[in-house]
Each structure stands twice: as C-alpha cells, then as structure tokens.
Design a protein around this ligand. Sequence first.
Ligand SMILES: [Zn+2]
Length: 159
Amino acid sequence: MEVGESQRLPSGIPGSLPELQWRKIHARGVPSRWSMSLATMPNRNLSTDELKRANELLADIRTRLPNLAAGDPLLLFAYRRKVVKELGYDERGKPGTRGKLKALKWGQQNGKCAQCGKELELKYSELDRKNAADGYTIESTELVHAKCHQERQAAKGYT
Ligand SMILES: [Zn+2]
C-alpha cells in the first residue's frame, strides 16, 4: 500500500493522493525555503486560467456522468469509479507495473531503504517519486519504508 491510501480522504472528494497533495501545496502557496532546498521539485501548479479550464472540464464530466447513468445511482457509481480508476492509472501507472518496479528497485538498493539505509521488507516498501510528474520510472523513484516515505512527504509540505 502506498502512503496515503490508508489515510482518510475528505468525504465526497474522489481523487488520487497526488491530487490531494497538490491541493495542499497550492493552498499553502509558495513552498518553504527548506522544501525548496530538497533535490526534488515541487509539483507544478495550475495558473488561474488553467485552473478555470480544469474546473470546466470537471464540471463537464460531472454533468455527463449522471446523464450517462440515466438516474441509476448504482450505474452512476460504477461510471464514476471507472473514470477515477483510469485517470489514476494515467498518473500513477497500473499496480502491476509498480509492483515490478518495486522488486527491481529493491534489488538495486540491496534490500535497503533509500532514506534511512536500514533493511527494507519488499512487501511493506513504497516507491517515492523524486518529481511526481515524471511518473514511476527506474530513474525517478527510490524505494523506502512507509514511515520514511511519510517523513519525506512531510518535509516537502505534503502532510
Ligand atoms: Zn527507511
């Protein structure tokens, strides 16, 4: 399980963790000097115009889904869930692909956490992206403990 999937999401807000992280960063405005000093870049924010376009797209989708479901609440749920899942894959890749990457990184890191250097159990390890927009690749990720991942995210202002 990735960091955050176990965290409680605000009710009524479907979305992946990175989306929620982005909201928090955006709400805080300029990242602190300390987080800017990390090797990673803050996630790109949307400009006012871009945000407006994104909200228009979202409003369009939110209008079309109930039309598609034609008053069937269970069908609406299924359609919304499908769209959320597929958009999540677009951003994060499919779980099977991430699983293979984790195994590869675990071998490269000799079974050690990239954050604290201690032994890392593959089953409970998590991939940390240096820059979220780069996705999950060999170059853009490091394998870390869940706790170390949370500490890194806290340092970046993601908590
Ligand atoms: Zn660690």
